[in-house]
Design a protein around this ligand. Structure first.
Ligand code: SAM
Length: 312
């Protein structure tokens, strides 16, 4: 039998295929038009009260299909398995707070942020910024459909941001060189010569937009601390943030080893003295392996309890 997720995907896909043929638009643009019409109540799938996760997953399948067709280098949605691990970590790092503000400076389609928001449903409000016009419109239409409170900014996130400091930054960083050398001059993590690493500047910008005592969950290249700018990054982090953990993500999620990613967990110091938290070093399992998943979440829970993070 068709699941609600499949039904939602088939509904979006059917509409989007028709629109893109009739109007000669890109499939991804037609997905946007479909999602907007659904959010406005003009059309809708035959699914009685689907859950927010079923809606998000249906949307995700349609957007993934569109991204495969348009093949733009920045159209990279964060895979679900990373989102679920990030959701679990975000929940634990929020230390049981009833209300948490989130920020994603590279929100893309919103898939990562909304996975986390659905995980902590009803306890979060978020801001997101993104440079790509189509992706931010998809993120806005999806937020409306998922009834997640999000304020969006269409801009270069490395330019000044109007975002209030957040409790938690959750983001999948754009990796590579930042082309605007002049703006990079505003960052400690700029390169002395030539282009700077965009992912390093994003870490610095994110830390600036965290409240004192706030946390960051970053999807970063697995070799983050092995690059030519690693020493500079270490020095910055020593002064501005505590490293709480590094979680290697399963290599199977990425096309090849060179593209492998990890999760970097940071905390912005708040002047509190006392013992430094232990650094959580772990390998995230393949989510299909139920025993390994429960052992992994058990390790995260044990670490969280030892370091004073209460459960929600
Ligand atoms: N988490 C997102 C999702 O689930 O769809 C995917 C994030 S993707 C890995 C990185 C995003 O950063 C891309 O959407 C890209 O357009 C955006 N980006 C790259 N440079 C940017 C900049 N300077 N300012 C704002 N966004 C930027």
């Amino acid at each position: 039998m068709e699941t609600y997720t499949e039904r939602i995907f088939n509904f979006i896909d059917g509409h989007a295929e028709r629109i893109s043929k009739k109007e000669g638009t890109m499939y991804l643009e037609a997905v946007l038009e479909t999602v907007r019409a659904w959010a406005d109540g003009k059309i809708g799938p035959e699914a009685e009260k689907p859950s927010k996760e079923e809606v998000r997953k249906g949307l995700q399948l349609a957007m993934l299909k569109g991204m495969k067709e348009s093949a733009q280098p920045n159209h990279q949605m964060t895979p679900d398995s990373i989102g679920l691990i990030a959701g679990y970590l975000a929940d634990r790092l929020s230390g049981g707070k009833p209300y948490v503000t989130l920020f994603d400076p590279a929100i893309g389609t919103g898939n990562l942020l909304y996975t986390v928001m659905n995980f902590m449903d009803g306890r979060t409000a978020a801001s997101g910024s993104e440079i790509d016009d189509l992706l931010i419109q998809l993120a806005a239409a999806s937020a409306e459909l998922l009834a997640q409170p999000v304020t969006l900014y269409h801009q270069d996130s490395l330019r000044p941001l109007m975002v209030d400091p957040a409790d938690l930054v959750v983001t999948d960083l754009p990796v590579g060189y930042y082309p605007d050398d002049e703006n990079a001059m505003n960052y400690n993590l700029r390169a002395e010569e030539g282009h700077s690493y965009s992912h390093h500047l994003f870490i610095e910008q994110s830390v600036r937009h965290l409240k004192k005592g706030g946390h960051g969950i970053f999807v970063v290249p697995a070799n983050l601390f092995e690059s030519e700018f690693a020493t500079q990054l270490h020095t910055f982090l020593k002064g501005e943030a505590e490293i709480l953990g590094v979680i290697a993500l399963p290599e199977g999620l990425f096309k090849n080893r060179a593209n492998a990613k990890s999760l970097l967990l940071l905390r912005k110091p708040d002047g509190r003295t006392g013992p430094k938290p232990e650094v959580l070093l772990a390998q995230a399992p393949d989510l299909k392996n139920a025993n390994a998943v429960s052992a992994f979440f058990g390790k995260v829970d044990a670490w969280a309890e030892q370091n004073g993070y209460k459960k929600a």
